[in-house]
Design a protein around this ligand. Structure first.
Ligand code: SAH
Ligand code: SF4
Length: 358
């Protein structure tokens, strides 16, 4: 028997067609969609205004399952928490809840690992993992919205969790379209390590999320050292693709820059970064490196004085910049670390890795 289709995996036209096979009249189809996207239900039983027989028929053909919440951390001082979720095939992924007053952001994973292999990243350290389905991404969104009881009008989404969203392009686009039912595109940000064909495909979309690029070094040589993907997609070509990327009025590209002590945090590195992004509608998000036992020992988080010097130098060179300074916010910067700890623990107890990757 084939697996039943998860309705959250379907793009709008396919969803309409699938529902039309078992639900009528048309207003009932609208009601089902309302339950799905306005309420984010994960079972047909919850659809109380849909006749019982119709719900039974739906359940016989389809599912609405979400990833299962395994654990969530205690809130950090700023209220943020990390969630560990289990997918139907046993893979584990992370999502992060980040309250920010009237605005709340949820950080979603797009893959169950990452093949890009940045050397400062725990997800990269544990290696490739499969693409998440739209239902698994939409499911992270609703699962956390429900757990934290977040009003929809406060919701923002960042694709900054585990994985490289532009290497899972089709599913990410279906997910974006599902999120747009509730969120304006400007409330969604997609972060990429710089997959140029993906950026170009994103540029061709009618509705685009905000774009964030993990630059992380001020020149090609150092970038390649910590982001081997630079060999495939050179920094110069990446910057050219960013300059071509169509931006709606008032929008900026976010330049993410992980600060590593003694590697890329000197004032002259700030000057070089300012030069690199000159002429781009951009703001820099400086992210002090989050240390982790799985990562190379030489990688250290800079002290506050070095961070201040770096940021001040950017500002003096005309760059707008924000810093993720609070410990709590670090949680988001290093998605993959919670799962990393779990894998490490099971390695220690079993003497082998439980397969959390595949
Ligand atoms: N793959 C995408 C999105 C996920 S990574 C990307 O690379 O952009 C999200 C962000 O976390 C990236 O900007 C990355 O540079 C940052 N990051 C990864 N590991 C980190 C660490 N140990 N400390 C601080 N930031 C980290
Ligand atoms: Fe993958 Fe992003 Fe981590 Fe690089 S920083 S390994 S692209 S998740």
């Amino acid at each position: 028997m084939t697996e039943p289709v998860n309705l959250y995996d379907l793009a709008a036209p396919q969803l309409e067609a699938a529902l039309a096979e078992v639900v009528s009249p048309v207003f009932r189809i609208r009601q089902v969609e309302e339950w799905m996207y306005a309420r984010g239900v994960d079972s047909f039983d919850a659809m109380s205004n849909i006749p019982k027989e119709t719900r039974a028929k739906l359940a016989a053909h389809f599912t609405l399952a979400f990833p299962e919440v395994l654990t969530r951390t205690e809130p950090a001082p700023d209220g943020s928490r990390k969630y560990l979720l289990r997918l139907a095939d046993g893979n584990r992924i992370e999502s992060v809840y980040m309250p920010m007053g009237e605005r709340t952001s949820i950080c979603l994973s797009s893959q169950a690992g990452c093949a890009v292999g940045c050397t400062f990243c725990v997800t990269g350290f544990f290696g490739a993992g499969r693409n998440l389905t739209p239902a698994e991404m939409v499911g992270q969104f609703y699962a956390i919205q429900h757990e934290e009881q977040i009003p929809m009008e406060q919701m923002n989404v960042v694709f900054m969790g585990m994985g490289e969203p532009l290497l899972n392009f089709e599913h990410v686009v279906t997910t974006l379209d599902a999120l747009y039912r509730n969120l304006a595109p400007r409330r969604i940000t997609l972060s990429t390590s710089g997959i140029i064909p993906g950026i170009e495909a994103l540029a061709r979309l009618e509705r685009r999320p905000n774009l964030a690029i993990s630059i992380n070094a001020p020149d090609r040589k150092r970038r390649e050292q910590i982001m081997p993907i630079t060999a495939k997609y050179p920094l110069e070509r990446l910057m050219a693709a960013l300059r071509r990327f169509p931006l709606e009025r008032g929008r900026d590209v976010t330049i993410e820059y992980v600060l590593l002590a003694g590697f890329n945090d000197a004032p002259q590195d700030a000057v070089a970064l300012a030069r690199l992004i000159d002429g781009l509608h951009a703001k820099v998000n400086a992210i002090p490196f989050n240390e982790d036992a799985n990562l190379p020992g030489w990688m250290k988080r800079p002290g506050d004085a070095a961070i201040d010097r770096f940021v001040d130098t950017l500002v003096r060179n005309g760059v707008r910049v924000t810093v993720r300074r609070s410990k709590g916010r670090d949680i988001a910067a290093a998605c993959g670390q919670l799962r990393g700890k779990e894998i490490a623990k099971s390695r220690a107890t079993n003497g082998r890795e439980v397969d959390a990757r595949r």
